[in-house]
Design a protein around this ligand. Structure first.
Ligand code: FAD
Length: 266
C-alpha cells in the first residue's frame, strides 16, 4: 500500500471541501472494495476521507410510501431493519445475502452503488425498484445512474447521501452466488410497482440492466411460465473462468423465474 493521509470528515460539507481541495482524495465508507484496491496498488489517493460516521448519511425512514436509507447504512443494518423488512422484504433479503458477515458489517449502501461492481447485489434492487439516488448535488433516477462496469452518473466530488426506494406492491430477489466471494454470478430483482413490472439483472453483463422483454411478458402474465422463450440478448454477457455467456444467459432466466415464483408466495 502507498502512503496516504486519513481524514475523518466531521460533516458532509467538510468531506466535499476535502475532495475539492485535493484532486487525488477519495471517499472511504466500509472500505470493502477500496482497501483491497489500495493493497493491490490499483489506486493511489493522496487522502482517504472517511464518511462512515456522518450523521447526514445515517438512518432508515419510511415516509409517504418511500423508504429512505442513508448512504452509510451497513448491509447488516438493512438486513436486520424491521422497517425495511416490513416495507420491502426483498431488499432486506438481498442485503442478507451480500458477501459474508464481515462484509455485511462493514460495507455500505452508498459505497456499493457508487462502486457499481457488475456483480454487486444492490444495483439490482435500486434499478428494479426504480429508486432515486440523492447526492450532495442532485437527485438521480436509477435508470440514469448506472452506466456500465464500475461507471455511474456521479461527478467528481459528488457524494451519495441516501437512496430513496418507492415501496413496491410486491418484490423478490433471486441470486446465484459465486461460492467463494458471494458476489452474484447472476442476480435478478423483480418488482411489481404502480407503473408495471420491472426486472433488473446483475452479474450477467458488464453492468446491471433491465430485461425489458421480461417486464412486458410479466405485465401480461405475472407467472414464471411467462418467461419461457422470452427474448434475451446475451451477446454482451460476461464470459470468464467461472461461467461463459451462454451459462449466464441460462442463469438469468432461471433466477428470474425463481424471483417471480417468490413473488407469488408473498
Ligand atoms: C470478500 C468480499 C465479498 C463481497 N461480496 C459481495 C456480494 O456478494 N455482493 C455485493 O453486492 N457486494 C459484495 N462485496 C462488496 C461490499 O458489498 C461493499 O459494499 C462494497 O465493497 C462497497 O461498499 P463500501 O462501503 O465498502 O465502499 P468503499 O470500499 O469504502 O468504497 C467503494 C467506492 O465507493 C466510493 N464511495 C463510498 N461511499 C460513497 C458515497 N457515499 N458517495 C460517493 N462515493 C462513495 C469510494 O470512494 C470508493 O470509490 C464484497 C466485498 C468483499 C471484500
Amino acid at each position: 500500500m502507498y502512503q496516504f493521509n486519513y481524514v475523518k470528515a466531521k460533516s458532509l460539507k467538510e468531506a466535499g471541501r476535502l475532495l475539492a481541495s485535493h484532486g487525488e482524495a477519495k471517499l472511504v465508507a466500509g472500505g470493502m472494495t477500496l482497501i483491497p484496491t489500495l493493497k493491490q496498488r490499483l489506486a493511489r489517493p493522496s487522502h482517504l476521507v472517511d464518511i462512515t460516521q456522518l450523521a447526514e448519511l445515517q438512518g432508515i425512514k419510511l415516509k409517504a410510501g418511500r423508504l429512505e436509507i442513508g448512504a452509510a447504512t451497513r448491509h447488516h443494518q438493512v438486513a436486520a431493519s424491521a422497517v425495511v423488512r416490513k416495507a420491502i422484504p426483498a431488499l432486506a433479503q438481498l442485503a442478507s445475502v451480500i458477501g459474508d458477515p464481515q462484509v455485511r458489517n462493514r460495507g455500505t449502501l452508498g459505497g456499493s452503488v457508487a462502486n457499481n461492481d457488475p456483480a454487486a447485489d444492490y444495483p439490482a434492487a435500486v434499478l428494479g425498484l426504480g429508486a432515486t439516488i440523492v447526492t450532495t448535488q442532485r437527485e438521480i433516477a436509477a435508470d440514469d445512474f448506472f452506466q456500465g462496469m464500475f461507471a455511474t452518473a456521479l461527478k467528481d466530488g459528488e457524494i451519495v447521501v441516501r437512496v430513496v426506494f418507492p415501496v413496491a406492491k410486491r418484490a423478490a430477489y433471486a441470486k446465484f452466488a459465486h461460492p467463494a466471494s458471494g458476489y452474484a454470478m447472476t442476480g435478478v430483482f423483480v418488482a411489481q410497482t404502480g407503473d408495471g413490472v420491472r426486472v433488473a439483472v446483475t452479474g450477467a453483463a458488464p453492468g446491471v440492466f433491465r430485461w425489458k422483454q421480461a417486464e412486458a411478458a410479466l405485465a401480461r402474465n405475472p407467472k414464471a411460465a411467462a418467461l419461457e422463450g422470452v427474448a434475451l440478448d446475451a451477446s454482451g454477457f460476461n464470459s470468464d473462468i467461472h461461467a461463459d455467456a451462454a451459462y449466464r444467459a441460462n442463469l438469468v432466466r432461471v433466477m428470474a423465474k425463481r424471483a417471480v415464483a417468490k413473488l407469488g408466495r408473498r
